[in-house]
Design a protein around this ligand. Structure first.
Ligand SMILES: [Zn+2]
Length: 119
């Protein structure tokens, strides 16, 4: 059985995230094209309820591929921090190391991923 190398995967995720954020900035004409950065901007001028609503709106608006990937990577990094990385978010089964090394942001085991894509 292949050992899951969390350190290597976290590095891979962090680097992938930086690349995606750079792509987003380029796509958006040099603006900081990131929901969090925009939310930070709004946080300086609005109260926290408005900030949360704004962040949600931005998440809905920024639905392009890169943004979704960044969100998936953020979620994966959060799972690493929480110690639940490598567990399928749907059924709790261990995601195979082979799958995680190929797609470190994967949140579901192959079976649940297939089911989610059909749904
Ligand atoms: Zn599963």
């Amino acid at each position: 059985m292949t050992q899951l190398d969390i350190t290597a995967l976290r590095t891979q995720l962090t680097e992938q995230r930086s690349r995606l954020l750079q792509q987003l900035q380029t796509l958006r004409g040099g603006n900081v094209g990131r929901a969090e950065a925009s939310a930070e901007h709004f946080a300086r001028s609005q109260d926290s309820d408005a900030q949360m609503a704004t962040a949600r709106d931005l998440e809905l608006a920024l639905d392009d591929h890169e943004t979704q990937e960044v969100a998936a990577i953020d979620a994966a990094l959060a799972r690493i921090a929480a110690g639940t990385y490598g567990e399928c978010v749907d059924c709790g089964a261990a995601i195979t190391p082979q799958r995680l090394h190929a797609a470190p942001e994967a949140a579901r085991c192959i079976h649940c991923q297939e089911a989610a894509e059909k749904a």
